[in-house]
Design a protein around this ligand. Structure first.
Ligand code: SF4
Length: 125
């Protein structure tokens, strides 16, 4: 089987030709070896990280940016987003605080800080 695949590991976005013959996977047109690892993961166990926002109970800060602190199986993204969309944060959250733990093997963490005053918002991606 031969297919084209775009590596998303870095901004180069190499468009790779991937040839799979059973367990033998060969990658062409990748600029580095990470392309091979990406292609193998995509074929065997594709994973992704998520960035999103969650609702809060605070009118002055109605949305809090969040992300996963790792990757989860690609086929669980929709279910993970359903869980994220149900969250309403009721405490003032800091960057890195866990909003929801063990979401398909990863945690949802804050990437912005609700404890800072307006104008001094720190965002951590
Ligand atoms: S193959 Fe290497 S250089 Fe190309 S997008 Fe992937 S990580 Fe970046």
């Amino acid at each position: 089987m031969t297919k084209e695949m775009t590596c998303i590991v870095c901004p180069n976005g190499c468009l790779m030709r991937v040839e799979q013959n059973g367990d033998d996977i060969q990658v062409f047109d990748a600029l580095c070896k990470r392309g091979l690892e990406f292609a193998k993961n995509e074929l065997i166990n594709p994973t992704r990280s998520i960035t999103s926002t969650v609702a809060t109970a605070f009118p002055d800060y109605p949305l809090l940016s969040v992300k996963t602190d790792g990757e989860l199986p690609k086929d669980k993204i929709f279910q993970a987003m359903e869980l994220i969309n149900k969250i309403v944060v009721k405490d003032r959250i800091k960057v890195g605080d866990v909003i929801l733990s063990d979401v398909f093997g990863t945690n949802i963490v804050a990437t912005s800080d609700m404890t800072l005053n307006a104008g001094e918002k720190r965002v951590d991606n």
